[in-house]
Design a protein around this ligand. Structure first.
Ligand SMILES: [Zn+2]
Length: 104
């Protein structure tokens, strides 16, 4: 079992688990489904951490194109500048609420 340090985003405890993973490789998105990727998961914010060994395995799977199980299409959006600000505001607001919850 791998020892993960505390979460580098929120300082929460990181425990080992099996997860679904959205992985970006050379600008493209790859999805590993069925919750079978071993990873550290922050118990507070849900951030996922991979060991170097698992990341290597994942990249090997991506490079071996003929072994993929299926390909899906993903909707892509460009936000207008005013919407950028709105999204940033919503994120900050959400973060604030979450912090309030942790203080209870
Ligand atoms: Zn965290």
């Amino acid at each position: 079992m791998h020892e993960y340090g505390d979460c580098s985003f929120c300082g929460g405890e990181v425990k080992e688990g099996k997860v679904e993973l959205d992985y970006r490789y050379q600008g493209k998105l790859f999805v590993f489904q069925n919750e079978n990727v071993p990873a550290g998961v922050c118990q507070q914010c849900g951030e996922k951490y991979l060991t170097a060994k698992i990341a290597k395995e994942i990249e090997h799977r991506i490079q071996t194109k003929e072994k993929r199980d299926m390909t899906i299409s993903v909707p892509v959006f460009y936000l207008k500048k005013s919407q950028h600000r709105l999204a940033a505001f919503c994120f900050l607001k959400k973060e604030k609420n979450e912090k309030l919850q942790f203080e209870k």
